[in-house]
Structure formats: C-alpha cells, structure tokens
Design a protein around this ligand. Sequence first.
Ligand SMILES: *[C@@H]1O[C@H](CO)[C@@H](O)[C@H](O)[C@H]1NC(C)=O
Ligand SMILES: *[C@@H]1O[C@H](CO)[C@@H](O)[C@H](O)[C@H]1NC(C)=O
Ligand SMILES: *[C@@H]1O[C@H](CO)[C@@H](O)[C@H](O)[C@H]1NC(C)=O
Ligand SMILES: *[C@@H]1O[C@H](CO)[C@@H](O)[C@H](O)[C@H]1NC(C)=O
Ligand SMILES: *[C@@H]1O[C@H](CO)[C@@H](O)[C@H](O)[C@H]1NC(C)=O
Length: 459
Amino acid sequence: MHLKQYFAFLAVAVPAAIPFASATFWIFGGTRPIVDTRIDSVISPGVVSSHLHSVAGGSRFSATYNYDDLITSQCSTIVVPTDKSNYWTPKLYYRDLNANTFTPIPNSFNIYYLARPGPNNDKVHAFPTGLRMLAGDPLRRVNNGSNHADQAISYVCLDYNNNHSGDPDWAERPDFFPHQCPDGMRAQVFFPTCWDGVNLDSADHKSHMAYPIENFNDGSCPSTHPVKLVSLFYEMFVSVDQFPYAPGAWVWSFGDDTGLGFHGDFVDGWQNKTVLQSALDTCGDVSGILENCPVFEPLINNDAASACKIDGEIVNEPIGTVSSPLAQLPGCNPMWVGTGPKPTCNPPRATPGFINPQNPLPSGWTEVACIAEGTTGRALTAASTTNSSMTKPLCANYCAGLGYKLAGVEYGDECYCGNTLVNGANSTARTWYECSVTCAGNPNENCGGPMRLNLLQKN
Ligand SMILES: *[C@@H]1O[C@H](CO)[C@@H](O)[C@H](O)[C@H]1NC(C)=O
Ligand SMILES: *[C@@H]1O[C@H](CO)[C@@H](O)[C@H](O)[C@H]1NC(C)=O
Ligand SMILES: *[C@@H]1O[C@H](CO)[C@@H](O)[C@H](O)[C@H]1NC(C)=O
Ligand SMILES: *[C@@H]1O[C@H](CO)[C@@H](O)[C@H](O)[C@H]1NC(C)=O
Ligand SMILES: *[C@@H]1O[C@H](CO)[C@@H](O)[C@H](O)[C@H]1NC(C)=O
C-alpha cells in the first residue's frame, strides 16, 4: 500500500464508538494477500470452497490444516514473523456490464488488534491456541441495524481530496456505495471478542464467540461467553477506483452485488503466545503504530513479509486477470440479485482439484540455496536466457537441455547455467528472503533477487 493511504487510514480508521477507556491497539497495515484461491479451511475443510477468497498471513494456508501445521509456515505476510495466523475475506470482482466479464480487483488488508477492557476493565487475553472464527454471512440479504453481528460489517468510501463529512451519501454504510470511491473502498469486518472459554471452534464457526453486550466493538462480555479476547478488525482495502464505476459492477466472489454478504475468517497461528499476550499487556500505544510497541519493534521483518510466498496448496483454476477476465465467477456463483434464494448452476460445473503452488523441479534436480552473484562477474557463465514465463523448473530444464548440472534463476526472469560457480561466487546460503523477486511465470514462486540467485543442482 502507498504511504499516503496508510497514513490516511491511521488518521481516520479507528473503529468508531469507543465509549469506554481508549486502549492499546496496533495495525498490521497494508498487509498483502499471500494468495487468492477457492479455499476456506474453516467453512469447507478438505474440499474446494464455494467461492474465491483473498487470504493474508501464514504461508502454509491449505484446505486442511491444524494449528501445528500452520505454525510450520516458512513465513507470513504479517511483518511480525511469529504471527502465522491466516486472515481472509471473499475476493471482490469488477463486473464489466457490457462484456459481462469478471476481473479480480486488487486488495490489501489493515489488520487491527484492539485491547478493549470495557466498562469492567476486563483482562484482555491472547487468542487461545488454534482458535477459529467467522464473522459476517455470505447468505445475508437484509440488514438489521440493531443487530451487533450486522453492525460489524461496514463499508467506507475513500476520497482524500474532498471533505464529505456530514454527507449521508458518503457515510459508513452496511452495503456497497451507489457511486465511485475515488481513492478506493474499505470493506470492514469486526470480529466478536467474547469467548465461551472452552471451544476453539463450533459447528457454525460463530457460537463459541459472542459480541459484547453494549456494542459490537466494545463492552462487557455475556455470562455465556465470559472470556474477553483481543478484538480483531479487518479493513480490506479494495482498489475499486482502478475500474469505471457502474451500479452492479462490484460483485463479491459469491455473486453478491449488494455487499451485505461480506464476511471474514480467522485461524489463530501465533507461534509464540507470550509475544501476543505481552504486547496486549504492555504496548500501551494508542495510535496504532506497530513500531511503537516495544514487544514487536525488534521482531518486525518487512523483507521476509514481502518475499513470502504460499507453500500450502491452491485450487487449479484461473481466477482472472485484467488481460484475461473470466466469463463467470469461479465455482457456481451466478449473479445473485435481489432478496430471493441464491441461484444454482445449470448445468453444474466440474470441481477442479488442488495443486502445489510451487512448480516441482524436474526429476534429479534439487534447490541448493539463495546465493550471492559472483564478486567479479556472474556466478554462472556457460549459458543464459531470459523468459517472461520464467520459473525454477523452466530454468532447470533449459540448463539440463544444454548439458549443464547447475542452474540459477535471478531477478524474476533470468536463468544462468554452468558446471561450476565462477567469478568468486560460492554456494554459501544467504537469507532465503534475499531471493525476493516473484518469478515472471508464476506469481506463487520466487526466482532470485537483485544480485541473488536461487541455485539449482542436478544430482
Ligand atoms: C434485529 O436484531 C435485533 C437484535 O439482535 C433482534 O432483536 C430483532 O429481532 C432483529 N430483527 C429482525 C427483523 O430480525
Ligand atoms: C469537513 O466538514 C465538516 C462539516 O462541514 C467540518 O466540521 C470539518 O471541519 C471539515 N473538515 C476539514 C478537514 O476541513
Ligand atoms: C517467546 O517470546 C518471549 C517474549 O518475547 C521470549 O522471551 C521467549 O523466549 C519466546 N519463546 C520462544 C519459544 O521463542
Ligand atoms: C520461454 O520458455 C518456453 C517454455 O520453455 C519456450 O517455449 C519459449 O520459447 C521461451 N521463450 C523464449 C523467448 O526463450
Ligand atoms: C562466499 O562468498 C562471499 C561473498 O559473496 C564471501 O563473503 C564468503 O567469504 C565466501 N565464502 C566462502 C566459504 O568462500
């Protein structure tokens, strides 16, 4: 996210209504998704989900996993690496009403952690290990303004150049705005903060949690759900301004063009709960700036977060791009207009399978490490190519085809071959995230970095 956006968020974005003592919070700001895919391991474990999601956090995201699996994530798109949690929402599509095509709209997340002790000054607890929860409902077709669960879903329309204060057409609302948002839109979901103290999940993924008595975003916990947890709030920032506005052009991945069905999922993957609990207990910062929290400040690793790629699984289907928009939304999600039941697909659509997001290397090849280029010239000089479809296996195959046993990918689209490292290069491993540039041919794989190669070797 651009700094301008980030600071604008900080200035205006604290969830409204803090009737009780204002308290510690921090924002994992501008968090990018690790993947957009049709998986929801909370609602649809083990199978392809009904609709596409945009997922942030730990790299081990998959259709089937538990806490112990998730904390084996190599990395996270959250800048505090001990947080391997997954945070997700549906994906927003732009519907071209003339061509009747669908293009996914880029998004990022501001993930708020708010320690709100409420009127009884409750102790605010870290998530119990492995907690899962859902807020919002993709099947919702009406808004009940007096229900906390409905109040927890909202939209904000951003326009940094005009003051729309007091204008009802621009006020925060429960559904999509009927006009363009010149600096993008925020889709927001506030999670319930009161836990039953026993269950890490429940059949509806909601009833083990409850909203506070007084407000959806602050208050005291009901006796059925007596344990006050840290409050979780997602702002999904969606770049709707990159597309021309038209009524009905914004469509959630399940076919909803009202916005009422927005929802968020959370799976706890905090590796070291002491870090989270001591941040809640001691940060003391009420401006949301992560770096101001002494517990987090030494842990922050922006380079690892930005280099992080998914190492779980993805669904084998196109999700659309600007140059290749989809004729229909992934899954069975015809446009769902009005308050009637969700339409079905006729004929039904085949369900794709799961694939490894990283392309496997050809047989006999292994990855050595992320290494530095030579000091007096290139590390591998026998042959080279660049290719806009570059991946690690493409490079290995290219070098193997020329009879070489070493291959190195660099800077996204370059491939070098040889039988020995030359020009002062050696195979000493650098930190993995120095090889941070996305492969030109696979958004879920890194191909070296600036002056860094992922070295591949034929056994
Ligand atoms: C709206 O929500 C309130 C509070 O949960 C509830 O009492 C009421 O029955 C709901 N109204 C409708 C029409 O569902
Ligand atoms: C925006 O407009 C409101 C109401 O007209 C006014 O109170 C407020 O001071 C304005 N804010 C800025 C930053 O100009
Ligand atoms: C967890 O974090 C705490 C506080 O930063 C630290 O003292 C402790 O060593 C960490 N535990 C592990 C297992 O890393
Ligand atoms: C890129 O790689 C593909 C697959 O190996 C190959 O067919 C194509 O010719 C290559 N393009 C260039 C410009 O080398
Ligand atoms: C490997 O190369 C680096 C420079 O890229 C150098 O600092 C290091 O000493 C070399 N290691 C060995 C074992 O030669």
